[in-house]
Design a protein around this ligand. Sequence first.
Ligand code: FES
Length: 78
Amino acid sequence: MSNEPYAPIKVDLVKDKRYAWCTCSHSEQQPFCDGSHRAHDKPGALGFTAEEAKEAWLCTCKQTGNPPFCDGSHNSLI
Ligand code: FES
């Protein structure tokens, strides 16, 4: 992860693999869920399955309009 406060994280998605994208911002395993939402009484992860093997930029600012993917919304937070 970069030093930028709100920056997407590049991941290599595996075709047909199921992922749990963190929606609460508390996970220490960004951009993925580590279960921290339970301790913070926040909604759980957004589950998704990669339709193809590809490189993807996943959102960490949680403001994206196209979760789990970065849509550039983090730029308005800087
Ligand atoms: S990190 Fe880019 S929209 Fe959230």
